[in-house]
Design a protein around this ligand. Structure first.
Ligand SMILES: *Cc1c(COP(=O)(O)O)cnc(C)c1O
Length: 426
């Protein structure tokens, strides 16, 4: 078989030199549903979800971080596999409920929750709400919320892009340790059930070192809480953060190894401090959906701009994938009709938007790309379309879920009429 990218979804295969996913040829999918098209592989989603569930203890909750890609069909699939949902806005809560998540498996976050959001969380009777600011405490109690976690900021810098680190001192998320202790005290005074602690260090972590440090720190903090409040956390939410590979050669830990390492460290640290074993929550986003999707683009203009730069322009760009611009993500790509063919040069893959920064891939070897080719960009399942926009009046792509030769639309392609429907004619 010809060499294929490792970063493609599990069901990816090469048939007569052309890429297929979920048993369907990429060019068939593009012809049938149009481009750009985001294609999620159900097999990959299921196996990554199972990897979490299998590695976690029976009483644990694995809550899908909905912001990675808010989608009702995906949430429904995860709900069916026993997962929960982590949401941080009214909109994400609505997705979770529409996706059939039972309220007891929903965790509500947000560094600036509105009264409407607090009331909606209380009305839905969600399992847990995460206190992220001192005044969340009285406001949550007034809204009728029952059970809470308190998010604490450990002051740990993780090895990731600064925009996606969250546990450092001075982060806008969570409370510094002393304030967190005060929030737990207040929560109990006002009649909230303070169930435990929450920690989320950052995203796209490529080893378990930072989370292990986080867990060690958290055990020390839990012991401090015991001393200060005669209270210990019954629940410990370790957040998300596990990264994925975007290009071949990049290494991310396997889900089972990552979860296993974290749990082992947690047990060890809790034992050292003689704390009662907590129920553990995980909140994976990227590692649950990121690997499962490829985006299919149609190649248009191929333009030699200088000695060193030839652009390959595709029919999407920063409106469906702002990640290269926001975080400097490096993507791979394959010309779907010539998988494994020798590259004839280095190309810059750009989008169709009116920004010079609208570059999806800075330099990549491709086999003589030309107008009409289909380009597949892997690892676009998380924080990609979910962060998209309508810049340049471009409707966002459709999304399909593929499995065993069948494709179903799980988000329809936007139309220009959808955009105009928001206008008022002044
Ligand atoms: C974004 C976020 C997650 C998910 O992070 P990933 O890196 O996608 O796994 C989990 N918990 C919280 C509180 C978050 O903000």
């Amino acid at each position: 078989m010809r060499r294929m990218l490792d970063v493609l979804p599990e069901s990816a295969e090469v048939r007569d030199g052309a890429l297929a996913v979920g048993g369907l040829a990429a060019n068939e999918l593009a012809d049938r549903f149009g481009t750009p098209l985001v294609v999620y592989c159900e097999q990959t989603l299921r196996s990554d979800a199972r990897a979490y569930v299998d590695a976690a203890p029976a009483d644990a909750l694995v809550a899908y971080s909905v912001k990675a890609f808010p989608n009702v069909a995906l949430i429904r699939l995860f709900a069916g596999l026993g997962l929960g949902a982590d949401v941080s806005t009214l909109g994400e809560l609505a997705y979770a409920l529409r996706g059939g998540m039972t309220a007891d498996r929903i965790v509500v976050h947000g560094n600036n929750k509105s009264d409407d959001e607090l009331r909606a969380a209380a009305e839905a009777d969600v399992g847990l709400l995460v206190i992220d600011a001192a005044d969340d405490v009285p406001r949550a109690a007034a809204a009728g919320v029952r059970s809470v976690l308190v998010r604490v900021t450990p002051g740990i810098d993780v090895d990731t892009h600064p925009a996606i680190g969250t546990g450092y001192t001075g982060s806008k998320f969570g409370l510094p340790p002393d304030d967190a202790i005060e929030a737990i005290r207040r929560a109990r005074e006002v009649g909230l059930e303070a169930r435990g602690l929450h920690l989320h260090l950052g995203s796209q972590l490529l080893d378990a070192q930072a989370p292990r440090m986080g867990v060690d720190w958290l055990a020390g903090f839990a012991a401090e809480c015991r001393a200060a409040l005669e209270w210990t956390p019954a629940v410990v939410d370790v957040g998300g953060g596990l990264g994925i590979a975007h290009v071949d050669g990049e290494r991310a830990p396997a889900i089972g190894d990552f979860v296993g390492a974290l749990l082992a460290r947690l047990q060890h640290a809790w034992r050292l401090h003689d704390l009662p074993p907590p129920r553990v929550l995980f909140e994976p986003g990227r590692s649950l959906v990121g690997r499962a999707a490829v985006t299919l683009y149609r190649v248009g203009v191929v333009k030699r701009a200088s000695e060193s730069t030839t652009y390959v322009a595709v029919d999407g760009g920063m409106s469906d994938n702002p990640r290269p611009q926001l975080y400097g993500v490096r993507h791979a790509a394959v010309v779907t009709s010539r998988v494994g063919a020798e590259a004839d040069g280095q190309y810059t893959v750009c989008g169709k938007h009116c920004e010079s920064g609208d570059v999806l891939i800075e330099r990549i070897g491709l086999p003589a790309p030309r107008r009409g080719d289909l380009l597949a960009v892997p690892a676009t399942g998380a924080y990609t379309l979910g962060m998209g926009s309508n810049y340049n009046g471009v409707p966002r792509p459709g999304v399909v879920l593929v499995s065993r030769g069948e494709a179903r639309v799980i988000r329809r392609r936007e139309t220009v009429d959808d955009l105009l429907a928001l206008e008022t004619n002044g």
